[in-house]
Ligand binder design. Structure first.
Ligand SMILES: Nc1nc2c(c(=O)[nH]1)N[C@@H](CN(C=O)c1ccc(C(=O)N[C@@H](CCC(=O)O)C(=O)O)cc1)CN2
Length: 300
């Protein structure tokens, strides 16, 4: 039977709709407008697209958007001074530095200088620790988006066998933690994992976050498993014309879809959920800062 295609683009629009409703209530009932500040250092073309999209969608849901675009050679001292200013700005409830940062900047130092309460990326070491101990935290946007799609598709994922392929701080590790918190039996697999195909074949849920185009073929997938593809890899596509490119995920879509029960496409799967969850996290941060009830269904 053909796999159900989990439509991340449509689901993200629903999440943004819920965020917008909550923002409208915050404004009407409390006179509060959530504010998000995005910091971009340098001119990475993909980052510029993501930052523009974040700003546009922030405004669309009724929140305040502030963008700081800094030169590629901005010093660490200047960047930390800007973050300090944003940490102390009462109109700003969420702050993020778009990654990757230029090589001369210490990513850990920069991330950990953001106030944990405003860390809407959920990358600050305090939020990592809170998530790891099952306490209330800010949750990284991409894994949160994957979790929302899994819960929506399955209802409950409790007791399911989940394999996360990839161990990055941004996706793999927090994803594993979220699945564990939802009572999955979780394996984190990576480049040194022995018998990777057999490990993946045992899983009811496969989250692919390795950053290697089409690395996971269909014959690694258990019949009926749910496949969440986090990869976004741009490849040359001469078949589409000279100089053309295409996006592919970390799984080989056609062969995996032939065996899976459900699968996310690339593009249009996990990617759009990342920005929707960023907006959700900003409303959550704003509610927490003001001692108000958090929006239902928009947190882990
Ligand atoms: N500070 C952060 N930096 C980065 C993050 C992050 O969560 N926080 N994640 C990625 C980039 N990213 C958001 O920042 C992001 C990536 C992809 C998409 C998306 O919607 N992708 C589309 C395809 C877009 C295209 O055509 O290129 C899709 O998958 O359908 C949104 C946001 C790294 N940096």
């Amino acid at each position: 039977m053909a796999a159900t295609v989990i439509d991340g683009k449509a689901f993200a629009a629903t999440v943004r709709g819920k965020v917008g409703e909550h923002v409208a209530r915050l404004k009407a009932d409390h006179g509060i407008t959530p504010g998000l500040a995005v910091v971009l250092v340098g001119e990475d073309p993909a980052s510029q697209v993501y930052v523009r999209s974040k700003g546009k969608m922030t405004v669309e849901v009724g929140m305040k958007s502030v963008e700081h675009r800094l030169d590629a050679d901005t010093s660490e001292v200047d960047l930390l001074a800007l973050i300090d200013q944003l940490n102390n700005d009462p109109e700003i409830h969420g702050i993020l530095c778009q990654l990757p940062l230029p090589k001369h900047l210490d990513e850990d130092l920069v991330i950990n200088s953001i106030s944990p309460a405003k860390d809407v990326d959920g990358f600050h070491i305090s939020n990592v620790g809170l998530l790891g101990t099952g306490q209330k935290s800010m949750v990284p946007c991409t894994p949160l988006g994957c979790l929302m799609m899994l819960r929506d598709h399955h209802g409950s994922i409790s007791g399911m066998d989940a394999v996360v392929v990839g161990r990055s701080n941004i996706v793999g590790k927090p994803m594993a933690q979220l699945l564990l918190n939802d009572s999955c039996t979780v394996t984190i697999a990576h480049s040194r994992t022995k018998d990777l195909p057999d490990v993946v074949r045992r899983a009811d849920i496969v989250v692919a976050a390795v950053g290697r185009p089409e690395m996971i073929p269909g014959d690694w997938i258990k019949e009926g498993a749910t496949v969440i593809d986090v990869g976004i890899n741009r490849l040359d596509a001469p078949e589409k014309g000279e100089g053309k490119t295409k996006l592919v995920g970390d799984v080989h879509y056609e062969s995996c879809a032939a065996r899976a029960g459900a699968i996310t496409p690339v593009p249009g799967g996990v990617g759009p959920m990342t920005i929707a969850c960023l907006l959700a996290n900003t409303v959550t941060a704003c509610c927490r800062a003001n001692g108000l009830d958090e929006p239902e269904g928009l947190t882990a």
